[in-house]
Design a protein around this ligand. Sequence first.
Ligand SMILES: [Zn+2]
Length: 124
Amino acid sequence: MDNCITKFLDLGNVFVEKIENNFNNIVVYVSTESREVVCPHCGHTTKRVHDYRLQDIKDVPYNGKSIIIRLRKRRYVCCECGKRFSEKYGFLPRYHHMTQRVYMHILRECRELSHTKVLLKGSA
Ligand SMILES: [Zn+2]
């Protein structure tokens, strides 16, 4: 079931902890497995978790409800240089709070919108 929903949402290697089906949205709680990561500052590997933060990622609406992916974001601390850094997620473009699919969806909507405008202009 977990595997199905992550495949459906195209989230890659994450676990779905729970799903809240609310009146106007669906909140999917996801987390990732703790693993050894490479420190982006000094290149050493670390497994030491500093803390967790919840981050909401808006996804494309499904069935008239907006989907919110509530990611339990892990922050690591490097044992070598002591710096903290966040885990990287393939589905989460850096510095953005939306998944790639939201961009694609918006782009598509815009394209359709401008296409409609062109058609309207052409017929006028
Ligand atoms: Zn380091």
